[in-house]
Design a protein around this ligand. Structure first.
Ligand SMILES: Nc1ncnc2c1ncn2[C@@H]1O[C@H](COP(=O)(O)OP(=O)(O)OP(=O)(O)O)[C@@H](O)[C@H]1O
Length: 592
């Protein structure tokens, strides 16, 4: 059954919502099953259950019944606009709906014993997510009162000194100070604002030759964790002396058993680390955050790093964004009498991207569509070109120039057998799409770009086999590569080898060992998180696509160091800028 087919068993109210793609077959069946188990027969309640599971699938932690009428049809997520749907839906009247849900035997209230669902105000949760949200809140509050041993003055002075050749930045100083004084610190900031630099300074302050702290550098993906480890190692003021650094994915750190809720570390077996640093926290789901906080002991310093403006986890929850929006979740009680050190610090100066891109990112964050359009109209390094889904790639000279220059440089290095140079050249430009399929999707743009390049370079992209200069994206973790790593096929003597771009350096492997690698002439914006390119060409989704959000646009354009080229309609751009991704969650707002 396709995602948008209407289940045969769906009748009445649920059928109307299934036809409008407000609920998918999986939501319908789950809701039906739960309702049947609890002898619930009111279709309004079944609808609330189905919409709750739908919202979980789409990243929210709960369903806000008072805002349910804002929910968008799901059709179009893959292939464009939801056309021909009857969206004049018979929404239940709110008060009666809330009453029916509250009196269902499947639904507990905030203080009630566990049942499959829980209604808190107008928020309907699956009980498990409510429990996880409470657990995260409680852990953060508990950690606010922890007393870590104070850092001695010599270490504080060392950390207070900016790294060589860095400009003074008061917010970076504040973040360093907070991390040394508090048990829990959250450092947020956009790309290039110095988060990694700040971590290096913090570690410089914590380093101790006599008693080196055990430090976990963790991230949701293998690529992000190795990237953090190598970036930190490069910036550490005194090298790795006085520290015991280890890098992990969060799954590895906690010893999560794949496909199960079991893990080696939890409240029953706390992590042994003195310091746990988590990068790319925006991608951490509510479940993973609750597991992490359970496993971190009261003597461990916890530092969470990330950019809450970026796209959140593909699973439910946007914990970093919730913390950034409700800093009171972590209160600060420095133990050394040194005065308040805010536990949530936002870094703001971008030291990497050019000024136009920084201004564009700021206007997007503010939701100022006029400013965004103005910057793109007058911009030199940031531009918008019309794309309606029908124009051929040959209409876009600048895109062809970017593609040609990048492929030529990648290919030249690949023919020389220089994997490092080939991977560096691959970072010059990338096509980024929100969709996977259809005229706005990765599949279409990767095929089109590769097809055009094969007309420019002899032997490029023809046939099924590998060719020198072939760009690859790894899609699964293995011994040789991490999901999200990129590689280029290079010529070494008579052989073709894949040069995998790993944080520790280039790794040469036989291309056949990379079973789970795909063409990299274009990639999704989701996959591009954590990566940087000189120029990006962003294919905007069309108006009507639920993917057209501010976070998506912000994530895409902040991948670029020097040039942002958007392809799409002005209306789509305006919709993106003015549509923040909505993720319902009660974290930090429960008693607001
Ligand atoms: N205070 C500073 N003065 C000058 N340059 C800085 C300063 N802070 C950071 N930089 C430089 O800016 C660049 C980005 O810094 P860094 O990698 O620490 O940022 P980041 O926030 O971790 O970025 P991303 O999340 O995009 O990886 C680096 O080249 C770094 O050396």
């Amino acid at each position: 059954m396709s995602r948008h087919e209407v289940p045969v068993a769906a009748t009445g109210l649920l059928r109307r919502f299934a036809e409008a793609t407000l609920i998918a077959p999986v939501d319908f069946h789950l809701a039906r099953r739960m309702a049947a188990l609890c002898r619930e027969t009111d279709p309004r309640v079944e609808l609330a259950f189905a919409l709750t599971t739908r919202e979980l699938r789409l990243g929210s932690v709960c369903l806000d019944l008072s805002r349910a009428t804002d929910l968008a049809p799901e059709a179009g997520i893959e292939d464009g606009v939801a056309e021909g749907l009857d969206l004049d839906l018979p929404w239940p009247e709110l008060e009666g709906w809330l009453g029916a849900v509250a009196s269902s035997p499947a639904v507990a209230d905030e203080d009630g014993e566990s049942r499959p669902f829980r209604l808190v105000g107008t928020w309907l949760y699956l009980d498990r997510y409510w429990a996880e949200e409470r657990s995260v809140e409680a852990s953060l509050h508990r950690r606010s009162d922890l007393q870590l041993p104070p850092i001695d003055d010599a270490h504080l002075v060392r950390a207070a000194t900016p790294l060589m050749s860095r400009l003074p930045d008061a917010l970076q100083d504040a973040a360093v100070s907070a991390a040394l004084r508090n048990a829990t610190t959250v450092i947020t900031g956009g790309p290039g604002t110095g988060k990694t630099t700040t971590v290096a300074r913090i570690l410089g302050g914590l380093a101790d030759e006599d008693n080196p702290p055990l430090v976990a550098l963790a991230a949701p993906t293998g690529k992000a964790s190795t990237r953090l480890a190598s970036a930190v190692a490069e910036s550490l003021p005194q090298g790795q002396g006085g520290l015991r650094l280890r890098s992990y994915t969060l799954h590895k750190l906690l010893g999560v058993v794949p496909g199960r809720a079991q893990r080696i570390h939890g409240s029953h077996n706390l992590l042994p680390h003195d310091v746990v640093i988590v990068d790319e926290t925006s991608m951490v789901s509510l479940t993973m955050m609750s597991w992490l906080l359970e496993a971190v002991s009261g003597r461990t310093r916890l530092i969470l790093i990330g950019d809450p403006q970026q796209l959140a986890s593909v699973e439910a929850g946007a914990v970093l964004a919730d913390i950034a929006a409700s800093p009171g979740l972590i209160t600060s009680h420095p133990v050394d009498g040194s005065g308040a050190a805010d536990a949530v610090v936002e870094l703001r100066s971008n030291f990497r991207s050019n000024e136009e891109i920084t201004r564009l990112a700021t206007a997007i964050q503010r939701g100022d569509a006029n400013a965004v359009v103005g910057l793109l109209t007058a911009g030199e390094s940031c531009t918008l070109q019309d794309y309606t889904g029908r124009e051929p790639i040959t209409d876009y000279d600048v895109l062809l120039t970017d593609l040609h220059a990048t492929a030529a440089a990648v290919r030249a290095a690949a023919l020389e057998g220089d994997g490092g140079a080939a991977n560096a050249a691959l970072g010059r430009h990338r096509i980024l799409c929100a969709h996977r399929e259809g005229p706005f999707g990765v599949g279409h743009w990767a095929r089109t770009a590769r097809g055009w390049l094969s007309e420019q370079f002899e032997g490029y992209g023809l046939g099924a086999g590998a060719w020198p200069g072939q760009p690859l994206l790894i899609t699964r973790n293995s011994d040789t590569a991490a999901n999200g790593d990129t590689a280029v096929v290079v010529k070494r003597g008579d052989r073709l080898l894949a040069a995998v771009d790993r944080a520790q350096g280039t790794l040469l492997v036989d291309p056949v060992l990379l079973d789970d690698a795909t063409d990299l002439h274009a990639m999704t914006i989701h996959k591009s998180q954590g990566s940087q390119f000189d120029a990006v060409s962003v294919i905007l989704p069309p108006v009507g696509s639920p993917l057209l959000t501010r976070e998506l646009l912000y994530t895409a354009i902040t991948r670029a160091r020097t040039h942002v080229r958007l392809y799409g309609g002005e209306e789509a751009l305006r919709v993106a800028v003015t549509t923040p991704a909505r993720r319902a969650s009660g974290l930090g707002r429960r008693r607001a």
